[in-house]
Ligand binder design. Structure first.
Ligand SMILES: [Zn+2]
Length: 537
């Protein structure tokens, strides 16, 4: 055979190799091991090609997606396109399962399209080879086994996750905004000191009367990073002012709502709310509430229980915020008709805002309470009522206060009396000291005997001890009454802080008022009955 003949006879096959990380690689997964697995696959395939002179490596395709059923396999798709465009003669893989564990894909390409496109598929470790027609059955069996394996892995992962959830372990790779994953324990949450402040701020803003949209606008106006932007920036030192958030990662109405309703901020974990349809279909499906896994007190709370509950109640009470400003009006959810108990709706005219019984709208004409009430009129009425309430409260305090002045005087008198007592005793002590001096002189002058002198000195010492004890206990009493006197002076200071309210806001109405009932207008007197149900009496 001459050179020419040799070249003519020699057909060269263009080989594409396909490499992929798989679940088997997952356990040992850090980046080095992963590239090791890819390297091993590549070595195995290139050695095989070198042994076959007629094979020529023309393209490498490498996907680093872990799950064999993963929908995102860009290199796989490139491989298929190149096959379709006849750029390859042979597709070479470590095994059929590396190509795909999904039976449908194996069927579609290896057993059908490749035949149509005249492409040979070779899987080395499981001896799959479409060139060998007797090989088809074993390839299909391999394919089935691979698919069972995949379903098994998927179910195992699900049940492992489920038992972790039941033990109150956090299983998501990302912590909810406000928390971070404990670096010492991947399944526990710890408070993120920066983001948790933003969460607290959102709860406070909501209670001041802002709606979800208004809060989102406010946060964006202050360049506070949204949860996704924050996540993106984490690890980088956070500088709120210098980094303008990109449009698509600004705060949204929904992001605010999610934060205001998430019980994670109470320290509870609620997991398993969503699942994927199956191991093949990665579409997200919501689970029924009864299937959620809820474990309380798994981590430190960010929001106080009272505040959280207040927000949930307010959320139920609130009607839709006014479209223009996103601000909820200060009586929202609190004003009802005294005649029919329907809710009083807010209406706007050119000049004024009104409240009108909703029992009268759109064909319903059941309520005798037809006249609207002006919003500013009601605001003034309620403000006066609240001021009266506060005034009364402080009047009562004032009475107590007078009482405390009396007490204070009493303490003062006590102290004075005790001090007088103390002076008397001290006089007594100095008197007996003089007496002792005289006694000594008497003894020296021979007026009394030594024995008499001794007895009198003992008597004197006894008395002095008694006097000293008395002074000690008087000092204690004085200190006690002085302390009492001081605390009653402090009370007086607190009471004098009170100032009359001159403007209503949502926090005050929320704090004071449960409901307001508006009666019908008396046409003769032009007055109407307005009843306020207070949160306290
Ligand atoms: Zn009514």
């Amino acid at each position: 055979m001459n050179k020419h003949e040799n070249a003519l006879n020699k057909k060269v096959f263009r080989v594409g190799i396909y490499l992929r990380l798989s679940n088997e690689d997952k356990d040992k997964l850090n980046k080095d091991d992963a590239s090791e697995s890819i390297k091993n696959q590549r070595n195995m395939l290139t050695q095989y090609i070198e042994k076959h002179q007629e094979f020529e490596l023309v393209q490498e395709y490498c996907d680093e997606d872990l799950s064999g059923a993963g929908t995102y396999r860009p290199e796989f798709e490139r491989l298929i396109r190149d096959c379709e465009n006849k750029k390859l003669d042979i597709v070479l893989c470590k095994s059929q399962s590396r190509f795909s564990r999904d039976m449908e894909i194996v069927e579609k390409y290896i057993n059908n399209k490749f035949k149509e496109w005249n492409i040979r598929f070779i899987g080395l470790s499981d001896n799959a080879d479409t060139f060998n027609s007797g090989n088809k059955k074993s390839r299909q069996i391999n394919g089935l086994v691979n698919e069972w394996y995949l379903e098994d892995v998927s179910n195992n992962i699900r049940s492992a996750f489920h038992s972790k959830m039941k033990e109150g372990e956090f299983i998501s790779p990302f912590a909810s905004f406000g928390y971070e994953i404990n670096p010492n324990d991947n399944n526990k949450l710890i408070i993120d000191p920066v983001a948790s402040l933003i969460v607290k701020n959102i709860y406070n803003l909501y209670l001041t009367g802002l709606g979800f949209t208004a809060i989102a606008k406010y946060l964006n106006s202050k360049n506070i990073p949204s949860p996704s932007l924050y996540k993106y920036k984490k690890g980088i030192k956070l500088n709120v002012n210098s980094n303008r958030p990109r449009e698509e990662i600004k705060w949204s109405t929904n992001a605010v709502k999610t934060i205001l309703t998430n019980e994670i901020y109470l320290g509870h974990l609620i997991q398993g709310k969503r699942t994927t349809v199956s191991y093949k279909n990665h579409k997200i499906k919501n689970k029924d509430k009864s299937e959620w896994v809820r474990i309380e007190n798994t981590h430190e709370a960010i929001i106080d229980k009272d505040i959280f509950n207040k927000v949930q109640i307010t959320m139920k009470e609130r009607t839709k915020p006014m479209k223009k400003t996103g601000v909820v009006h200060i009586f929202s959810g609190k004003v009802f008709c005294l005649e029919c108990w329907h809710y009083m709706r807010k209406k706007n005219s050119k000049d004024h805002e009104y409240l009108l019984c909703s029992g009268n709208r759109d064909g319903y004409d059941d309520c005798i309470n037809k006249a609207s009430i002006r919003y500013d009129v009601l605001t003034n009425i309620v403000l006066d009522a609240i001021n009266n309430k506060i005034q009364k409260f402080y009047d009562e305090k004032e009475l107590e206060n007078l009482d405390s002045i009396k007490k204070e005087n009493r303490f003062n008198k006590k102290i004075k009396a005790l001090e007088l007592q103390k002076i008397a005793i001290e006089k007594q002590i100095s008197k007996t000291k003089n007496y002792l001096k005289n006694l000594y002189e008497d003894k020296v002058n021979g007026v009394i005997t030594l024995n008499q002198f001794k007895d009198l000195v003992i008597e004197y010492n006894k008395n002095e001890d008694i006097y000293n004890d008395q002074i000690k206990s008087i000092n204690k009493e004085i200190a006690y009454y002085k302390m009492k006197e001081k605390s009653s002076k402090n009370n007086k200071k607190i009471f004098s802080k009170y100032q009359k309210l001159d403007k209503l806001n949502r926090i005050i109405t929320q704090e004071f008022i449960d409901k307001i009932y508006i009666g019908k207008l008396n046409e003769k007197t032009k007055s109407r009955d307005i009843q306020i149900k207070w949160n306290f009496e």
